[in-house]
Design a protein around this ligand. Structure first.
Ligand code: CU
Length: 158
């Protein structure tokens, strides 16, 4: 009898261990991988079908932004911008690597999400719904939604 209860105790301990392990394994899906702050988009220029959006991304783990889609345009690209020999150059990136815990600021003159083939002009007060796809080191993908409000660029951004 004593031996039996010892076994069942071990069984319970194992069960408890197992369930806490499963709970831990599931938590990344439920908790937020990337904290997305200050998401905004510029109003589009009259007659232009392109737009740009900015935000600050802080990932809790090593991850890369690998894809972005938006409800207002057919395609979204991740772009970098830099000054080369006195000329502003834009480059499309396959992905934007995020180190754990480090905020990456997408801002005018730097990284941005470029919207192509806008379905309608972006005006101040509109909002853009993005779905961002992040890839973790283990290759698993995490999608996160973010809403960017359309507003005028801060003067300091130039
Ligand atoms: Cu661009």
């Amino acid at each position: 009898m004593k031996k039996l209860s010892a076994i069942s105790l071990t069984g319970w301990a194992l069960l408890a261990l197992f369930s806490s392990w499963t709970a831990q394994a599931e938590s990344p899906a439920n908790s937020t991988l990337v904290t997305i702050q200050d998401a905004w988009a510029r109003p589009s220029n009259p007659g232009s079908k392109v737009g740009a959006a900015y935000m600050t991304l802080t990932s809790s783990k090593e991850a890369s932004l690998v894809e972005a889609t938006a409800n207002v345009s057919d395609s979204v690209e991740i772009h970098s911008m830099s000054m080369e020999n006195g000329v502003m150059k834009m480059r499309m990136l396959e992905s934007l690597d995020l180190s754990a815990g480090k905020p990456y600021k997408l801002s005018p003159g730097g990284f941005h999400l470029m919207l192509f083939d806008l379905k309608k002009p972006l005006r101040v007060g509109d909002s853009v719904n993005f779905v961002l796809t992040f890839k973790l080191a283990n290759k698993s993908l995490v999608k996160q939604n973010v809403k960017a409000s359309v507003k005028d660029a801060p003067a300091a951004g130039h």
